[in-house]
Design a protein around this ligand. Structure first.
Ligand code: ATP
Length: 240
Protein backbone atom coordinates (compact mmCIF):
# COMPACT_ATOMS: atom_id res chain seq x y z
CA UNK A 1 0.00 0.00 0.00
CA UNK A 2 1.16 3.57 -0.64
CA UNK A 3 2.33 5.86 2.13
CA UNK A 4 -0.01 5.90 5.14
CA UNK A 5 -1.71 9.20 5.87
CA UNK A 6 -3.70 8.24 8.95
CA UNK A 7 -2.76 5.43 11.26
CA UNK A 8 -4.62 4.41 14.43
CA UNK A 9 -3.36 1.53 16.55
CA UNK A 10 -5.19 -0.01 19.53
CA UNK A 11 -7.21 3.20 19.75
CA UNK A 12 -9.67 3.42 22.63
CA UNK A 13 -12.10 6.26 23.19
CA UNK A 14 -15.57 7.30 24.21
CA UNK A 15 -17.48 9.63 26.49
CA UNK A 16 -16.48 10.30 30.10
CA UNK A 17 -16.97 6.92 31.80
CA UNK A 18 -18.44 5.23 28.73
CA UNK A 19 -16.00 3.40 26.48
CA UNK A 20 -17.31 3.33 22.90
CA UNK A 21 -14.15 2.38 20.96
CA UNK A 22 -12.10 -0.74 21.75
CA UNK A 23 -8.62 -1.23 20.33
CA UNK A 24 -9.29 0.18 16.89
CA UNK A 25 -6.70 -0.32 14.14
CA UNK A 26 -7.58 1.98 11.25
CA UNK A 27 -5.47 3.16 8.30
CA UNK A 28 -6.01 5.49 5.39
CA UNK A 29 -3.43 5.88 2.64
CA UNK A 30 -2.83 9.10 0.72
CA UNK A 31 -5.58 9.61 -1.87
CA UNK A 32 -7.43 6.46 -0.82
CA UNK A 33 -11.22 6.06 -0.55
CA UNK A 34 -12.29 4.02 2.48
CA UNK A 35 -15.78 3.13 3.70
CA UNK A 36 -16.76 2.57 7.32
CA UNK A 37 -19.96 0.59 7.79
CA UNK A 38 -21.84 -0.73 10.81
CA UNK A 39 -25.22 -0.66 12.50
CA UNK A 40 -26.57 2.28 14.50
CA UNK A 41 -24.56 2.72 17.67
CA UNK A 42 -21.57 0.71 16.39
CA UNK A 43 -19.24 3.66 17.05
CA UNK A 44 -18.64 5.13 13.59
CA UNK A 45 -19.39 8.75 14.53
CA UNK A 46 -17.43 8.34 17.76
CA UNK A 47 -14.42 7.12 15.77
CA UNK A 48 -14.65 10.10 13.41
CA UNK A 49 -14.94 12.55 16.32
CA UNK A 50 -11.93 10.95 17.98
CA UNK A 51 -9.86 11.11 14.77
CA UNK A 52 -10.53 14.85 14.36
CA UNK A 53 -9.87 15.73 18.01
CA UNK A 54 -13.45 16.38 19.14
CA UNK A 55 -13.25 13.46 21.58
CA UNK A 56 -10.16 12.41 23.52
CA UNK A 57 -7.97 9.43 22.70
CA UNK A 58 -8.10 7.37 25.92
CA UNK A 59 -5.32 4.99 24.89
CA UNK A 60 -3.53 3.74 21.81
CA UNK A 61 -1.70 5.71 19.13
CA UNK A 62 -2.90 8.03 16.39
CA UNK A 63 -0.69 9.57 13.72
CA UNK A 64 -1.52 11.77 10.76
CA UNK A 65 1.02 12.49 8.07
CA UNK A 66 3.67 10.95 10.32
CA UNK A 67 2.88 13.19 13.33
CA UNK A 68 1.45 12.11 16.66
CA UNK A 69 -1.96 13.79 16.81
CA UNK A 70 -3.47 11.91 19.76
CA UNK A 71 -3.54 14.99 21.99
CA UNK A 72 -4.16 17.67 19.37
CA UNK A 73 -7.34 19.75 19.55
CA UNK A 74 -9.76 19.90 16.62
CA UNK A 75 -8.80 23.39 15.42
CA UNK A 76 -5.13 22.37 15.18
CA UNK A 77 -6.04 19.18 13.31
CA UNK A 78 -8.10 21.15 10.83
CA UNK A 79 -4.98 23.14 9.95
CA UNK A 80 -3.05 19.86 9.63
CA UNK A 81 -5.50 18.75 6.93
CA UNK A 82 -8.16 16.68 8.67
CA UNK A 83 -11.72 17.73 7.85
CA UNK A 84 -15.05 16.30 9.01
CA UNK A 85 -18.41 16.56 7.26
CA UNK A 86 -20.51 15.87 10.36
CA UNK A 87 -23.71 13.87 10.49
CA UNK A 88 -26.56 16.39 10.21
CA UNK A 89 -24.38 18.90 8.29
CA UNK A 90 -24.31 21.58 11.00
CA UNK A 91 -24.25 24.54 8.62
CA UNK A 92 -24.23 28.12 9.88
CA UNK A 93 -27.88 29.09 9.71
CA UNK A 94 -28.66 32.63 8.59
CA UNK A 95 -25.49 32.74 6.47
CA UNK A 96 -25.45 32.45 2.69
CA UNK A 97 -23.97 29.49 0.86
CA UNK A 98 -20.85 31.48 0.05
CA UNK A 99 -20.41 32.78 3.59
CA UNK A 100 -20.66 29.23 4.92
CA UNK A 101 -17.90 28.26 2.53
CA UNK A 102 -15.73 31.29 3.34
CA UNK A 103 -15.83 30.61 7.08
CA UNK A 104 -13.78 27.47 6.48
CA UNK A 105 -11.02 29.46 4.82
CA UNK A 106 -10.14 30.94 8.24
CA UNK A 107 -9.20 27.45 9.48
CA UNK A 108 -7.67 26.21 6.26
CA UNK A 109 -4.43 24.30 5.99
CA UNK A 110 -1.61 26.10 4.21
CA UNK A 111 -1.35 24.33 0.87
CA UNK A 112 2.10 23.13 -0.17
CA UNK A 113 3.62 24.06 -3.56
CA UNK A 114 2.30 21.82 -6.34
CA UNK A 115 -0.85 20.81 -4.47
CA UNK A 116 -4.34 21.53 -5.78
CA UNK A 117 -6.04 24.43 -4.01
CA UNK A 118 -9.78 24.22 -3.36
CA UNK A 119 -11.11 27.62 -4.42
CA UNK A 120 -14.74 28.74 -4.59
CA UNK A 121 -14.50 28.39 -8.40
CA UNK A 122 -13.27 24.80 -8.19
CA UNK A 123 -16.03 23.98 -5.76
CA UNK A 124 -18.68 25.57 -7.97
CA UNK A 125 -17.37 23.45 -10.86
CA UNK A 126 -17.87 20.37 -8.66
CA UNK A 127 -21.38 21.41 -7.54
CA UNK A 128 -22.68 23.92 -10.15
CA UNK A 129 -26.00 24.34 -8.31
CA UNK A 130 -24.12 26.00 -5.45
CA UNK A 131 -22.89 28.74 -7.81
CA UNK A 132 -26.52 29.48 -8.66
CA UNK A 133 -27.50 29.51 -5.00
CA UNK A 134 -24.41 31.28 -3.67
CA UNK A 135 -26.29 34.32 -2.32
CA UNK A 136 -29.10 32.35 -0.66
CA UNK A 137 -29.20 31.59 3.05
CA UNK A 138 -28.60 27.90 3.55
CA UNK A 139 -32.03 27.19 5.11
CA UNK A 140 -33.60 27.90 1.70
CA UNK A 141 -31.67 25.05 0.08
CA UNK A 142 -32.87 21.47 -0.38
CA UNK A 143 -31.35 18.75 1.80
CA UNK A 144 -29.07 17.62 -1.01
CA UNK A 145 -27.85 21.14 -1.69
CA UNK A 146 -27.20 21.68 2.02
CA UNK A 147 -25.15 18.49 2.01
CA UNK A 148 -23.13 19.88 -0.91
CA UNK A 149 -22.44 23.01 1.13
CA UNK A 150 -21.32 20.88 4.07
CA UNK A 151 -18.91 18.95 1.83
CA UNK A 152 -17.80 22.18 0.18
CA UNK A 153 -17.11 23.82 3.51
CA UNK A 154 -14.92 20.90 4.53
CA UNK A 155 -13.06 21.08 1.20
CA UNK A 156 -12.37 24.79 1.62
CA UNK A 157 -10.26 23.86 4.66
CA UNK A 158 -7.89 22.21 2.11
CA UNK A 159 -7.98 18.72 3.68
CA UNK A 160 -5.58 15.90 3.03
CA UNK A 161 -8.25 13.64 4.48
CA UNK A 162 -12.00 14.22 4.32
CA UNK A 163 -14.23 12.26 6.73
CA UNK A 164 -17.88 12.16 5.60
CA UNK A 165 -20.44 10.98 8.16
CA UNK A 166 -23.64 9.64 6.56
CA UNK A 167 -23.81 12.20 3.76
CA UNK A 168 -26.66 10.30 2.04
CA UNK A 169 -28.96 10.25 5.08
CA UNK A 170 -32.53 11.22 4.17
CA UNK A 171 -31.74 12.06 0.55
CA UNK A 172 -33.42 10.74 -2.62
CA UNK A 173 -31.44 8.19 -4.66
CA UNK A 174 -30.87 10.64 -7.54
CA UNK A 175 -29.44 13.23 -5.17
CA UNK A 176 -27.27 10.62 -3.46
CA UNK A 177 -25.89 9.78 -6.91
CA UNK A 178 -25.09 13.44 -7.56
CA UNK A 179 -23.30 13.77 -4.25
CA UNK A 180 -21.31 10.55 -4.53
CA UNK A 181 -20.23 11.53 -8.05
CA UNK A 182 -17.87 14.02 -6.36
CA UNK A 183 -15.63 11.28 -4.95
CA UNK A 184 -13.42 10.77 -8.05
CA UNK A 185 -12.97 14.55 -8.46
CA UNK A 186 -11.92 14.91 -4.85
CA UNK A 187 -9.50 11.99 -5.06
CA UNK A 188 -8.05 13.43 -8.27
CA UNK A 189 -6.75 16.35 -6.20
CA UNK A 190 -4.88 13.89 -3.95
CA UNK A 191 -7.32 14.14 -1.04
CA UNK A 192 -8.17 10.88 0.72
CA UNK A 193 -11.76 10.27 1.77
CA UNK A 194 -13.51 8.11 4.36
CA UNK A 195 -17.27 7.68 4.12
CA UNK A 196 -19.66 6.34 6.72
CA UNK A 197 -22.47 4.85 4.67
CA UNK A 198 -25.52 2.76 5.62
CA UNK A 199 -25.92 1.44 2.08
CA UNK A 200 -23.25 -1.25 2.04
CA UNK A 201 -23.46 -1.82 -1.74
CA UNK A 202 -22.88 1.88 -2.36
CA UNK A 203 -20.01 1.84 0.13
CA UNK A 204 -18.42 -1.11 -1.67
CA UNK A 205 -18.72 0.56 -5.07
CA UNK A 206 -17.20 3.85 -3.90
CA UNK A 207 -14.37 2.68 -1.71
CA UNK A 208 -11.08 0.84 -2.26
CA UNK A 209 -11.32 -0.68 1.20
CA UNK A 210 -14.00 -1.29 3.80
CA UNK A 211 -13.96 -1.37 7.56
CA UNK A 212 -16.91 -2.88 9.38
CA UNK A 213 -17.65 -1.95 13.02
CA UNK A 214 -19.71 -3.76 15.61
CA UNK A 215 -20.10 -2.64 19.23
CA UNK A 216 -17.06 -0.39 19.17
CA UNK A 217 -14.71 -2.86 17.46
CA UNK A 218 -13.48 -3.33 13.91
CA UNK A 219 -14.85 -6.74 12.96
CA UNK A 220 -13.81 -6.87 9.30
CA UNK A 221 -11.48 -5.06 6.96
CA UNK A 222 -10.27 -5.67 3.43
CA UNK A 223 -10.39 -4.59 -0.19
CA UNK A 224 -13.98 -3.84 -1.28
CA UNK A 225 -13.59 -6.22 -4.20
CA UNK A 226 -12.45 -9.10 -1.95
CA UNK A 227 -15.22 -8.94 0.65
CA UNK A 228 -18.47 -10.85 0.17
CA UNK A 229 -21.94 -9.76 1.28
CA UNK A 230 -22.00 -12.70 3.71
CA UNK A 231 -18.78 -11.55 5.38
CA UNK A 232 -20.15 -8.04 5.75
CA UNK A 233 -23.47 -9.27 7.17
CA UNK A 234 -21.61 -11.34 9.76
CA UNK A 235 -19.29 -8.46 10.69
CA UNK A 236 -22.16 -5.95 10.73
CA UNK A 237 -24.63 -7.89 12.85
CA UNK A 238 -22.34 -10.37 14.55
CA UNK A 239 -24.36 -13.32 13.20
CA UNK A 240 -23.57 -16.10 10.76
P1 ATP B 1 -25.27 6.05 14.21
O1 ATP B 1 -25.34 5.49 12.87
O2 ATP B 1 -26.54 5.84 15.00
O3 ATP B 1 -24.77 7.46 14.28
P2 ATP B 1 -22.66 5.19 15.13
O4 ATP B 1 -22.07 3.94 14.62
O5 ATP B 1 -22.15 6.48 14.58
O6 ATP B 1 -24.23 5.11 15.00
P3 ATP B 1 -22.03 6.34 17.68
O7 ATP B 1 -22.96 7.51 17.53
O8 ATP B 1 -20.59 6.56 17.51
O9 ATP B 1 -22.48 5.17 16.70
O10 ATP B 1 -22.31 5.67 19.11
C1 ATP B 1 -21.45 4.68 19.68
C2 ATP B 1 -21.86 4.45 21.12
O11 ATP B 1 -21.60 5.64 21.88
C3 ATP B 1 -23.35 4.14 21.31
O12 ATP B 1 -23.46 3.19 22.35
C4 ATP B 1 -23.93 5.47 21.73
O13 ATP B 1 -25.07 5.28 22.54
C5 ATP B 1 -22.78 6.09 22.52
N1 ATP B 1 -22.80 7.56 22.47
C6 ATP B 1 -22.90 8.33 21.36
N2 ATP B 1 -22.87 9.63 21.68
C7 ATP B 1 -22.75 9.69 23.04
C8 ATP B 1 -22.66 10.75 24.01
N3 ATP B 1 -22.67 12.02 23.62
N4 ATP B 1 -22.53 10.41 25.30
C9 ATP B 1 -22.50 9.13 25.70
N5 ATP B 1 -22.58 8.07 24.85
C10 ATP B 1 -22.71 8.34 23.54
Amino acid sequence: MSEMLLKARALCGGYRDFQALFSIDFDVAKGEAVALVGANGAGKSTLFKTLVGLLPVKSGTLTFNGRDIAAMPAHTLSRQGLALVPEGRRLFKGLTVEDNLRVALDHARTVEPGETVWTLERLYDLFPILAERRRQVVEKLSGGQQQMVAIGRALMAQPKLLLCDEISLGLAPKVIGEIYAMIPSIRATGTAIVIVEQDVSLAQRCADRIYCMLEGRITLTGASSDISREQITEAYFGVK
